[in-house]
Design a binder for this molecule. Structure first.
Ligand code: GLN
Length: 290
């Protein structure tokens, strides 16, 4: 039998190199709260108690996954996004705070413009975080979401079901949209957070991301860093109604290039925006009224 305080110490000792002691302790508290419903005061009252083997086993199993740099969200099985709890596993990217900023921008702008009666498509939906939070903000919208990965779509569908939201799912390669997406109906909003990390950036990546998150959702070939943006811009040009908006999350290095691409294609009101960290992160554009 072990004391909880000795397991806490083990977390700090074994994770401090990877995360720092403070963060290691936070991860420990998160697990206690999630798996056993223990708040911090409960823990403080009970930390000198001897604990059952099964509790120690569960905590130490989680510790060994954390030591392998596995993100806590995959261990818990969920992540929070725009106030919603979303299921995640290794087939989907863990939703990021900068993507919440993208969603907030769309909600603010579209609420003013349309009162929520919208047709929206999210290209490369992953966990479904963008599509689901937009559907939740605009219950009358018709929201479509596309991904190449069946495993990702499986998770995204579960997330939508859990929040009782209905979305049109499309399994397709965003590079092949022309073949799969024949429709006469136009969209008000096209949004995408496509893969945008280049091979050259591998060296700067945290092992959390590099080892555990799906490369399919992250990487684009270094020789064609704008590949997905080109294809989605072409899709948007054809399938946005006049006055409709395109929103991209981007790699901070390619803000000017993505803007340039959209201007050349003929889009109007092309704007580059920064995230809370001050990095170029969002590009938006409008298909002009014809
Ligand atoms: N923002 C993610 C990261 O830095 C990447 C997301 C993406 O490639 N679309 O890990």
């Amino acid at each position: 039998m072990q004391h909880l305080s000795s397991i806490e110490q083990q977390f700090v000792d074994e994770l401090k190199e990877l995360y720092g002691a403070g963060e290691a302790r936070e991860l420990y508290f998160l697990l206690l709260e999630d798996q056993f419903g223990w708040s911090r005061p409960t823990y403080l009252m009970r930390k000198q108690e001897l604990i059952d083997h099964y509790i120690a086993d569960r905590l130490l199993k989680a510790l060994s996954r954390l030591k392998e740099a596995e993100p806590i969200q995959y261990i818990l099985g969920y992540a929070w996004f725009s106030g919603m709890k979303l299921k995640v596993d290794r087939s989907v990217l863990i939703p990021r705070p900068e993507t919440e900023e993208l969603v907030q921008l769309i909600i603010e702008q579209q609420l003013q413009a349309h009162n929520g009666n919208l047709r929206i498509i999210d290209i490369g939906t992953g966990s479904g975080c963008i599509a689901i939070s937009l559907k939740s903000a605009f219950p009358h919208a018709s929201v479509h979401a596309l991904d190449i990965s069946n495993d990702a779509l499986h998770i995204a569908k579960q997330n939508a079901n859990r929040h009782s939201l209905s979305i049109e799912w499309i399994q397709a390669d965003m590079l092949d949209w022309d073949i799969i997406f024949q429709t006469d109906q136009l969209f008000d909003v096209v949004v995408s957070n496509p893969p945008y990390i280049t091979e050259q950036e591998r060296g700067d990546m945290h092992p959390n991301v590099l080892i555990h998150e799906p490369h399919l959702a992250l990487f684009v070939e270094g020789s064609a860093p704008l590949l997905f943006y080109e294809h989605i811009a072409a899709f948007a040009w054809k399938h946005l109604r006049a006055g409709g908006n395109l929103y991209f999350e981007i790699n901070r290095q390619y803000g000017a290039d993505v803007c340039d691409l959209l201007q050349k294609k003929g889009f109007s009101n092309v704007q580059l925006r920064q995230d809370m960290q001050g990095a170029d992160r969002i590009v938006q554009a409008q298909k002009r009224d014809s």
